[in-house]
Design a protein around this ligand. Structure first.
Ligand SMILES: C[S@@+](CC[C@H](N)C(=O)[O-])C[C@H]1O[C@@H](n2cnc3c(N)ncnc32)[C@H](O)[C@@H]1O
Length: 372
């Protein structure tokens, strides 16, 4: 059963199963953008309806077909999806790649472009592989598959320009001499034309650290548990701006706290947000308070820098690689306090730090999992 839960000037929240809603009530070829973050095929089941990674593709297939039917030929489907680890071993599931391949090869979507959302605030999890055995690095990106029913969805990168980098500003000030690059690319003088802003890359740097938003305050005031896996508003805003015009129709079939609807409302797009869990929608109502809609438009001016790999390579001796590939946990060393000073080596200090860090991370790991 599906029912209208809430109406706004531009959109609606629907309570119920989005598959049913799309099949029965959404007109064929009427939607400009499906912007969504489905439940992820995580190994550990979460309390928002995750299905096991193995069944994920099967589960998603019917959504894929209906998405293709309701999208306009110049529409887009944007899916934010996180990766997942195979249970009990340090290897990754292929489920999100399989999903992409199924959507393109079986259902007939085109991959307009893949994006990567880098979340600088992600914790180094799973702690076991990353901070204890130290055999994997931090997984800090989500994949964003931008798909389209035809190769030419409506889009313009002019809507999502970013400020020039300092080196580009220098180049614009001091000029560029046209020449061939070592790669063979011919860089013409046009390269130094000031277009006022730069074309962004397909890497989006966005933390997900909302702590004092109107939505959270609303949930707290109404004793509602905030949705545990929200994406930051800039993410839907980026794609809504790049891929739709005012008045276009945006749908989020896995709407959770209805952030897609909030952004669409501010940008004057028509929208439909659907979720099957009523409690999430109770919290979502806070987003459509006039006060919130006015307040949320401005964002902080933040730049992120990633160090070039290798900055420490010449400073440290190479540590031996674990011969077993990390199959066995490193042994915890004897209690440092009881050792004579001469045995208190740097290696032990490191291990002690690692154990302390691990304990903290195990804790934050479970807090993190609760949130995601
Ligand atoms: C990852 S969350 C989306 C969170 C959302 N992007 C946000 O920022 O608040 C996925 C949501 O899909 C919902 N969901 C799963 N299957 C559904 C279905 N068949 N119909 C409607 N909602 C569904 C879950 O209840 C969950 O809230």
């Amino acid at each position: 059963m599906t029912e209208i839960y809430f109406n706004t000037k531009f959109g609606k929240i629907i309570h119920g199963d989005s598959l049913q809603l799309m099949e029965k009530y959404i007109e064929l070829k009427s939607v400009n953008l499906i912007m969504t973050s489905p439940p992820f095929g995580l190994v550990r089941k979460k309390d928002y309806g995750n299905v096991d990674a193995m069944d994920y593709i099967e589960w998603f297939r019917s959504f894929g077909h209906i998405f293709k039917r309701i999208l306009r030929d110049d529409g887009s489907l944007v899916i934010d999806i996180g990766g997942s680890w195979i249970k009990g071993q340090p290897t990754r599931s292929l489920y999100h790649f399989k999903l992409l391949i199924m959507l393109c090869e079986e259902i007939g979507f085109h991959l307009a472009q893949e994006f990567y959302w880098w979340n600088p605030s992600k914790l180094p999890t799973p702690a076991e592989w990353v901070t204890v055995r130290r055999i994997r690095v931090k997984d800090a990106i989500n994949c964003i598959w931008w798909l389209s029913p035809t190769p030419y969805p409506k889009a313009s990168n002019r809507r999502v320009l970013q400020p020039y980098s300092d080196s580009m500003k220098d180049l614009l000030r001091n000029g560029y001499t046209a020449k061939k690059r070592p790669s063979g690319h011919d860089i013409s003088e046009k390269f130094s034309v000031n277009n006022k802003a730069a074309i962004p890359p397909n890497l989006l740097a966005l933390p997900n650290t909302e702590s004092n938003s109107y939505y959270l305050r609303y949930c707290a005031a109404h004793k509602i548990k905030p949705h545990p896996a929200r994406y930051p508003s800039i993410l839907p805003e980026y794609f809504i701006r790049m891929l739709t015009e005012k008045g276009d129709l945006v749908i989020d079939p896995f709407a959770g706290s209805c952030i897609t609807g909030e952004v669409a409302e501010r940008l004057e797009r028509r929208w439909v947000c659907v979720d099957e869990v009523e409690e999430y929608l109770e919290g979502a109502l806070g987003r459509f308070d006039g006060e919130n809609l006015k307040a949320n438009g401005s964002q902080e001016n933040v730049y992120y820098k990633i160090p070039r790999p290798g900055l420490l390579w010449d400073e440290e001796e190479e540590e031996a690689l674990p011969e077993d590939g990390g199959r066995n946990r490193p042994k915890r060393k004897r209690k440092i306090a009881s050792l004579p000073k001469s045995e208190y080596t740097e290696e032990l200090q490191d291990t002690e730090q690692m154990v302390v860090q691990y304990t903290l991370l195990e804790k934050s790991d479970s807090e993190y999992n609760e949130q995601n």
